[in-house]
Design a protein around this ligand. Structure first.
Ligand code: NAD
Ligand code: NA
Length: 393
């Protein structure tokens, strides 16, 4: 079939098999061009098919030479329908890793469930013995509690007052004002259940109880903070409350891991176009302006550049960059530079539908959004007939 993007609201319902493969290969090539990392050798990545998790897995394998197990939740392709992008990314990654002589196996299922945790632990016992890194990179709209069966949903809302700001319809290029009403306490609690640290701790507890954590073990999870303009909807909103819980979980886990000389750490990453961030009001407009400014200053990074820097300059170096006052890694440092944020704030005031194309990198935003689904890559023939089933090699 000939695969074209079909955009519905915040998502694209098709994905291009060859384009997703290209995305993975480009990321691998980026890592191979950089110097080797003296890093982890047996790695579990939870949320391994997209975004920061996929890039963490690529850096683990092609930067540090690690064998990996991945856990992700994606829709397989059929003879007549394309699978989700992460489905193709996973196959492409496994193909490349195996070809290069590395172990790579994955589970497609619900990471929040006991079942997937148990299956993963069985595989670790059988094939790895012990692991030295767990990357926790889930972004999910809901979570089924493994003990009670209760379903929690995450929402993206402010927590105190209604929040009004500019937002953009990225497809139509229309800038408008949006007002988001504050969450009720129940919504805050549910968002914490989904995006906070509870499941992260359940994973680490289960792995610890199974005796598969190596001496000097590390686990990392990802946070976002961002600038003043997005604080009401992000940092001080429902998702920010969940991320506070994630930070607290890191302290708790670090205490718990002391006996194996281990650590649990949160890395604050930069704002990037991913399936998760595109659904947050205001944030896509902020990202379009941020990209414009960071590209002009030569500071732009994608997931793979961020993850390489995380391993190379923070997690696996004898001279790590300093942590922030809350004990977190800050690879959002370039985004949060004063010169960058001053430029963003000054543009923010002036943006409207008429000057959007000129003053922001909305074009770059749209391109990166489509690239998540395997479109818009150089060197891919998008007119070619492709099999929706990407072969495993
Ligand atoms: P993403 O949407 O690109 O990837 C999410 C991953 O989670 C996918 O691999 C998906 O398959 C997996 N997943 C979702 N639900 C699952 C489930 N129930 N079981 C198993 N796997 C499941 O997300 P992302 O943007 O890379 O976000 C990852 C983390 O990074 C999140 O904690 C997010 O808050 C954080 N973060 C994101 C940004 C950003 O701008 N995108 C910035 C800083 C931090
Ligand atoms: Na991820």
């Amino acid at each position: 079939m000939i695969v074209k993007p079909k955009i519905r609201g915040f998502i694209c319902t098709t994905a291009h098999p060859t384009g997703c493969e290209k995305n993975v290969q480009n990321q691998i090539n980026y890592v191979k061009k950089n110097s080797k990392i003296e890093g982890p050798k047996k790695v579990l990545v939870i949320g391994s098919s997209q975004g920061f998790g996929l890039s963490s897995r690529i850096v683990s394998t092609f930067g540090a030479g690690a064998d990996t197990i991945g856990v992700y939740f994606e829709k397989p392709a059929t003879e007549t329908k394309t699978g989700s992008a992460g489905w193709y990314n996973n196959i492409a990654f496994e193909n490349e890793a195996k070809q290069a002589g590395y172990y790579a196996k994955s589970f497609n299922g619900d990471a929040f469930s006991d079942e997937i945790k148990n299956e993963t632990i069985d595989l670790i016992k059988k094939d790895f013995g012990k692991i030295d890194l767990v990357v926790y990179s889930l972004a999910a709209p809901k979570r089924v509690d493994p003990k009670t069966g209760e379903v929690y949903s995450s929402v993206i809302k402010p927590t105190t007052d209604a929040y009004t700001n500019k937002t953009v319809n990225t497809q139509k290029g229309i800038v408008s004002e949006i007002t988001v009403d504050p969450a009720i306490e129940e919504e805050v609690e549910q968002t914490i259940k989904v995006m906070g640290g509870e499941d992260w701790k359940l994973w680490i507890d289960a792995l610890e109880n199974a005796g598969v954590l190596a001496e000097g073990f590390t686990t990392v999870a990802y946070n976002y903070i961002g600038p003043e303009v997005t604080h009401a909807i992000y940092k001080n909103g429902t998702i920010g409350r969940a991320k506070e819980h994630l930070d607290q979980t890191a302290y708790q886990l670090s205490e718990q891991l002391k006996k194996i000389d281990g650590r649990a750490i949160v890395s604050v990453n930069k704002a990037l176009v991913t399936q998760s961030s595109s659904a947050i009001p205001v944030v896509p407009l902020y990202i379009s302006i941020l990209y414009k400014v960071m590209k002009e200053k030569g500071l732009h990074e994608g997931c793979i550049e961020q993850m390489y820097r995380l391993y190379d300059e923070h997690l696996y170096t004898s001279s790590p960059k300093p942590l922030d006052e809350n004990g977190r890694i800050r690879i959002d440092d370039w985004e949060m530079k004063k010169e960058v944020q001053d430029a963003v704030a000054s543009l923010w005031k002036d943006i409207n539908t008429e000057n959007l194309e000129q003053l922001t990198d909305i074009e770059g935003y749209r391109k990166e959004f489509l690239q998540i689904f395997g479109f818009e890559f150089d060197g891919v023939d998008y007119e070619a007939d492709v099999d929706p089933i990407l072969p495993e090699k």
